[in-house]
Design a protein around this ligand. Sequence first.
Ligand SMILES: Nc1ncnc2c1ncn2[C@@H]1O[C@H](COP(=O)(O)OP(=O)(O)OP(=O)(O)O)[C@@H](O)[C@H]1O
Ligand SMILES: [Mg+2]
Length: 509
Amino acid sequence: MIKNNLWRRIIFGYIIITLFMLSISFYLIFRLNFFNKVTDSVIKSNIPSIGNSEKLIDNLLEQVRNEKKYIITNDIAFLNLFHKKKNEFFDRLKFLEESVTKEEKILINKIKEWYDKYIEMVSKEFILVGKDKIIPPSTRYEDEKKNILEQITKSINEIILSQQAILIKKIEQLQITVHKSTQISLSLILAAILFGTLFSYFFTRSICLPIKILKDATVRISQGDLDHRIKTPSMDEIGTLGAAFNQMCDRLKELDLMKSEFISNISHNLKTPLTAIREANELMLDEVAGQVSESQIKLLNIMKESTYRLSMMINDILDISRVEAGLMRYNFQYANIDHIIRKSISELSFLAERKNISFNYTDSASIPEVLLDRVKIAQVIDNIFSNAIKFTPLGGTITIKATEIKGSDFSHNMRGGNQINTVRSLVQISISDTGIGIPVEYHKKIFDKFQQVDTKGKSSMKGTGLGLFIARQIIVDHGGDIWVENNRGENGITFHFTLPREYDYTYNG
Ligand SMILES: Nc1ncnc2c1ncn2[C@@H]1O[C@H](COP(=O)(O)OP(=O)(O)OP(=O)(O)O)[C@@H](O)[C@H]1O
Ligand SMILES: [Mg+2]
């Protein structure tokens, strides 16, 4: 069952981001609503209340003017105007009463009381005016009326001031709210951006990293490292892919082992009859079974060469199986490299003679003994010789040199993981031929399995392409190195290999 799959992770991420966006939107709607309410109350209550109060004062002043005009002129039109303004005054006062605070209501009640007094005084005057009895008002009476009017105006002004204070407070409140909302919204947006970025980063990483591991593992498998496996800690689709990849590698490894075992069995079974053929061939050439003619010797030599090549190929195939299974075993002893070179020359001279190729070996008996496996080093030299004979035209020369080099400093693995740290002296063997040479781009490649120079059909000497791969493995296991170099200004190629002679190494048990 797939747990914590990619699909769920994507949905989870998007839900979180959506929730952030929704909370920002809801918060902004809530704040705008509040803003709306406050501005509504300012527009519908405070501003009309202030306007109304100002008009109340105007209205009162007009009443006073009409009252005075009526008393002087006795013109009924002024009286009517006075009454009209009085009614207007009441209406405005009533409207104001509906939209004011408790404290302001107390002020309105006072205004009403003063206004009633004013109307009472004026009404008495009007009765007298109606009877045409104009009595000049006393100073006390006039002062009292003036005082009443002043009290009314003062109270109305107090209401105006109070409403203005409320208005300013509401505007300040709005400013604070807008500021706070901006801050909170910005914080939420920043948090959403931060979460979105982090989520995208970690999510992309959680996909790209395992894909890179898979890609690297595929490259390693394609390079032949069939033991490489990947760790699959995640339980998502990529984890499942990794597990399938590992299964595929296990199967590949199984098939590879089966193939190696099969080839190794066949090769092993081929060896016995081949040895019998070689022995019989040698006996016939030695005329043990009777005299042989010149032409028969020629044919027997062809058989000898072919069976030699065939047995080399079978040995290579068997060695490859051993290298791949990590079963290459060595028998290290101190030995003289000079003896090994001489033996190889004598064993392969029959091949060289057929092409009239001569060996030119500078005597190197003075070279000190080296710790090596005789059979395996002979196999390396045989392979380089047989290659040189194979790729050198008639009449060529193979030159062999062995020298001791002191003071080198490098490290290599030797004998199953024991590490050589410092090499104080080494023996270098160089084998040059006058053959077709090797293009520079192949100088490293030819030491890989099945790598052969593309001769475009010119060379009929095709082998398996395993000889140098095995040679390199043997030399590396001895703690040495192997490489090729073009002959300066001449045809052909030179193979060099080294064997450490004096060295310090760590024994890993
Ligand atoms: N002396 C040489 N001159 C020119 N080419 C060479 C020489 N030695 C090796 N090569 C090139 O390197 C390739 C690899 O050599 P290697 O010995 O590994 O394989 P091989 O000789 O083809 O087959 P075998 O497994 O039978 O040895 C050869 O096929 C050849 O193309
Ligand atoms: Mg070869």
